[in-house]
Design a protein around this ligand. Structure first.
Ligand code: PMP
Length: 407
C-alpha cells in the first residue's frame, strides 16, 4: 500500500501553508495505522484471543506514549475523537459536579476555540455563570484578568495553550500558579501546542488537557483528554454518552485501534523530535518574516509570544480574500477569519483584540510545519503586488505565476 511521502505532500504548484488547520500524516504514523487497519484488526475489548490482546496492547502502548508528552500516567488518558470532543467532555462533564457542590461559576477567555465557547454558552443556559476575560491587544490573556475573575464558587478555569488564529502562546504556567490555593479545576485546550510546546503542559496543577491527533501528524478523528489526578482524585467528570464502559465509562464505544496506535506513534515522535522540529520551524519563520518585509505586513498578535509555526498578518489595503486568491498558485494559506458586516466568518479572536476593521479584513494566517518547504517568496510578493492591476492575457498569467511557483 502506498505511504504518503514528503514529496507527495507538496504538489508541484502551491506549497501547503495551512498546518494550523491540519497537517500531513507522518509516514511512520501511516505505517502504524495501516498495521492495525490490516493484519491486526482485532477489537481491543475482545478478551479471549490473540487478536484482541494484541489490539489491547497497541492501545495501552499508545496511552503510555501520549501520557509521556505531558508527564501524566497512562490511566489518566481518555481517547476521544479529537479536541472538540475533549473540550466538550471537560466542560460539560464537570457540570453535574458543579451543580452538586454549588459551584456555578466558570472562567474562560474570549479568544478560545468555538469548541470551548459553545459548550460554555450551553452551560450558561443551564444556570451557570460564565466570565469570559478579554485578551490584551497582543492576543494573550493576562493572568491578572483571570485572577480578578475568580470567585469562591468558581468551578473551572479554561484557557487555551496556543491560539489557533494568531499562534500566540498563553501564559498557562502563570495561570496554574495563581490557582495554587484555589480549588477550581484548570482545563487547557492544547490542540495547537501538544507535542510542540512541551514544558507548560507538564504542570501538575493542570487537571484537564485536550489533545488533537491531526495537529501532530496523526490522522483526523482521534484525540485525547488528559484527566490528571490531584491529591489522588481524578476530575469528577460525568460522561456525555453511555454504552459499553470503555475508557472508564467516560467515552464508551469500540476503540478505534488504528487511530489510537497512530496518535501514540505521533506522540512518541513529537516528544523525541520536538526540539529539532521547532528549530526548523523557527528558521522558516525568520525567512518568511525577512522575505515579506517588502509588503509591509502588520502582525496580529505579539510576535514575541507566538509559536515558531504560525503567523497572522495583514497587508495594508489588501483584503484576505484578494490575497489568498492572488497567491493560490504559490501557497495555500488561510484567512485569519476576516470580520466584515457582510461576512459570516467574523473572527471573534481578532475582534476581541480590538483590531480595526481594515486589519481584520486583511488578516492572513500562514502556518507551516517541519516538513514544509519554502514557497517561492518572490512569486508570492509579485502576486500580492499584482492585486488590483488589470488582468494579463491568459498565456502571460500562466507564465507570470505558474512558472515562478514551480521554480
Ligand atoms: N481547539 C483548537 C485551539 C483548535 O485549533 C482546534 C482545531 N482547529 C480544535 C480545538 C478542534 O480540534 P479537532 O479538530 O481535533 O476537533
Amino acid at each position: 500500500m502506498p505511504v504518503l511521502s514528503e514529496g507527495m505532500f507538496h504538489p508541484p504548484m502551491a506549497v501547503y501553508l495551512d498546518c494550523a488547520a491540519t497537517g500531513p500524516v507522518d509516514p511512520r504514523v501511516q505505517r502504524e495505522v495501516i498495521t492495525y487497519l490490516g493484519v491486526e484488526f482485532g477489537n481491543a475489548g475482545s478478551r479471549h484471543h490473540g487478536f484482541g490482546s494484541r489490539a489491547r496492547s497497541a492501545v495501552e502502548r499508545a496511552r503510555v506514549q501520549v501520557a509521556a508528552v505531558v508527564s501524566a500516567t497512562r490511566g489518566e488518558i481518555i481517547f476521544t475523537s479529537g479536541a472538540t470532543e475533549s473540550n466538550n467532555l471537560a466542560l460539560l462533564g464537570l457540570a453535574e459536579h458543579g451543580a452538586r457542590t454549588g459551584r456555578f461559576h466558570l472562567v474562560s477567555s474570549r479568544i478560545e476555540h468555538k469548541s470551548v465557547l459553545e459548550p460554555l454558552q450551553a452551560l450558561s443556559g443551564r444556570g451557570f455563570e460564565v466570565t469570559l476575560v478579554a485578551p490584551e491587544p497582543g492576543g494573550w490573556v493576562h493572568p491578572r484578568a483571570i485572577r480578578d475573575a475568580l470567585r469562591d464558587n468558581t468551578l473551572l478555569v479554561s484557557v487555551m495553550q496556543v491560539n489557533n488564529e494568531t499562534g500566540v502562546i498563553q501564559p498557562i504556567r502563570e495561570i496554574a500558579r495563581l490557582l495554587e490555593n484555589h480549588p477550581a479545576y484548570l482545563h487547557v485546550d492544547a490542540a495547537q501546542g501538544f507535542g510542540k510546546e512541551i514544558a507548560s503542559l507538564r504542570n501538575r496543577r493542570i487537571d484537564l488537557i485536550s489533545i488533537s491527533g491531526h495537529k501532530i501528524y496523526a490522522p483526523k478523528g482521534i484525540g485525547a483528554l488528559v484527566t490528571r489526578r490531584r491529591n489522588g482524585q481524578r476530575p469528577p467528570l460525568t460522561p456525555l454518552m453511555h454504552g459499553g464502559g470503555q475508557e472508564l465509562g467516560l467515552r464508551p464505544g469500540t476503540l478505534p485501534v488504528p487511530l489510537i496506535a497512530g496518535l501514540g506513534k505521533a506522540s512518541e515522535l513529537a516528544l523525541a523530535e520536538h526540539q529539532e522540529r521547532n528549530t526548523v520551524c523557527r528558521r522558516f519563520k525568520e525567512i518568511l518574516l525577512r522575505k515579506l518585509r517588502t509588503l509591509k505586513p502588520v502582525f496580529n498578535g505579539d510576535l514575541d509570544r507566538t509559536v515558531p509555526q504560525i503567523v497572522n498578518l495583514s497587508l495594508p489595503g489588501i483584503s484576505s480574500e484578494e490575497a489568498i486568491e492572488a497567491v493560490s498558485q504559490v501557497a495555500a494559506i488561510s484567512n485569519g477569519s476576516a470580520c466584515t458586516s457582510t461576512s459570516d466568518s467574523c473572527s471573534h479572536v481578532l475582534s476581541a483584540q480590538k483590531l480595526d476593521e481594515a486589519r481584520m479584513e486583511g488578516a492572513l494566517r500562514l502556518s507551516w510545519c517541519h516538513l514544509s518547504r519554502q514557497p517561492d517568496w518572490n512569486a508570492f510578493i509579485q502576486a500580492v503586488e499584482g492585486i488590483g492591476e488589470p488582468a494579463l492575457p491568459e498565456s502571460s498569467t500562466a507564465v507570470g505565476i505558474g512558472q515562478a511557483g514551480a521554480a
